[in-house]
Design a protein around this ligand. Sequence first.
Ligand code: AMP
Length: 228
Amino acid sequence: MDGASSPTAAPILILLGPPGAGKGTQARILQDKFGLVQLSTGDLLRAAVAAGSDAGKAAKAVMEAGGLVSDDIVIAILGDRLADADCAKGVILDGFPRTTVQAEALDDLLAEKGQKINAAISLEVDDAEMVTRISGRYTCGACGEGYHDSFKQPKAEGVCDNCGGTEMKRRADDNPETVAQRLEAYHAQTAPLITYYDGFGALQRVDAMGDIGKISSDLGAIVKVATA
Ligand code: AMP
């Protein structure tokens, strides 16, 4: 990567942060507000596991243990999705990159298309808070809208505010043991990316401990400038 990102026709934003920091929730809000595509490697991998593809079979046990899936698998999955036509309008990467190898692969993928990232935004939170947040969260099985037992319940119990769906899902890896492993993987392998992106002036930090609305307005302000 050769210096700070410059705005491109198709904005490329990265959300960094530990599990439970709110990357998925905030990516969905930014997607709606800015007309970008949320790209979550966690979602892509869960779909691969559900489909029983070779990548999914290789990823399943690692995901259940809270480790990181191999760079080769994740980069291939992300690269395929990034080539889809809808991504031409710009993307918010949620959960990718998670290692320096992935960050460098992303730089190369974008450089092939004459693109650079516009900003890498670090959602800053406390580890202790993360366990509480993760253990209470669930999503609508139909549209993916996120909810939480304590912080964000649907207006009518069990009914999605967004689409009216009634099948709510909790992730298998949102249990205390796996969450501890996922936090460890974050600190060992992903947190160094904060320094990586800071090194070329692309890093922005957001206090992600407070209210969802306040965090999304802070993020929105950053994205507006980064994609202007
Ligand atoms: P997430 O939905 O982002 O919390 O990801 C769920 C799980 O998928 C993680 O705990 C990892 O096992 C795997 N995963 C998602 N994204 C990546 C990535 N970029 N690199 C490696 N593993 C990943």
